[in-house]
Design a protein around this ligand. Structure first.
Ligand SMILES: [Zn+2]
Length: 242
């Protein structure tokens, strides 16, 4: 593993990025991008990611690009937004509209990923859920939801009134399943000028995307555990799909 700091141009902060390259097949292994902490008030996500790496939960037949905390100033302040009061996760359009998004986009140039995972928490949720843009007929999300539930954690019931950050009349933009939101990629890209991280990667560099949401109301250890289960199951599904 190598770890380096990437400058956020124009502001006094850097982002940490870690690269894990399999010894057996450097350059040939499919790559997975994993990010956490784009919202600074969702702290269990970065810690779950660090703990998963520390505990060897990542399948080392893949290569990884890991951003453990993409909003360090928000994390330090405990705020959703960064120090300039911007939601970084709505700033990945037009080459990046925040210093953090520009740093990530520049750093990702020429990289391709088999899967991107973005780790979040949700204040309104009572159970786990995830977003999986519909890129083909298969769904990793269904297996992830099942795995979280099998370990005894609640799964979020989703319905039109649940706040998912979509405008009203968003039916054509996504379908809702138990614990799983399936955004329509084309419709979302056409609509969204304030591009989220996952959609920017899906458009440019990733074949498949998952956004994981642990319920912020649960105890710390439970939220960390939920992310660990989801992460491991996502990698198992990726392995099985190749
Ligand atoms: Zn979030």
């Amino acid at each position: 593993m190598s770890v380096r700091e990437v400058a956020c141009v124009g502001v006094p902060r850097t982002l940490l990025v870690a690269e894990i390259v399999p010894r057996a097949s450097p350059g040939a292994a499919p790559a997975v991008a994993i990010a956490a902490g784009v919202h600074g008030d969702e702290p269990a996500a970065p810690w779950a990611l660090l703990a998963a790496v520390r505990d060897g939960l990542l399948d080392l037949r893949f290569a990884y690009r890991i951003w453990p905390c993409t909003n360090p100033s928000g994390y330090a302040a405990g705020t959703r937004r960064n120090a300039e009061d911007a939601d970084i996760n709505r700033s990945f359009g037009r080459g990046g509209e925040t210093p953090e998004a520009r740093a990530i986009i520049t750093s990702n140039r020429d990289r391709k990923f088999a899967l991107t995972i973005d780790m979040h928490e949700d204040y309104e949720a009572d159970g786990f859920y995830c977003y999986e843009p519909a890129v083909d007929e298969t769904s990793f999300g269904t297996a992830i939801v099942r795995a979280v539930e099998e370990e005894g954690f609640a799964v979020q019931e989703l319905h039109d009134a649940f706040e998912l950050g979509y405008p009203p009349a968003a039916q054509e933009l996504r379908t809702l399943h138990r614990g799983l939101v399936r955004p329509n990629v084309k419709a979302e890209l056409a609509m969204s000028r304030k591009l989220p991280y996952s959609m920017y990667l899906l458009r440019r560099a990733a074949k498949r995307s998952l956004t994981l949401e642990s319920p912020r109301r649960l105890a710390w250890d439970e939220r960390v555990a939920i992310h660990r289960i989801a992460l491991v199951t996502a990698l198992q599904r990726l392995r099985a799909s190749l």
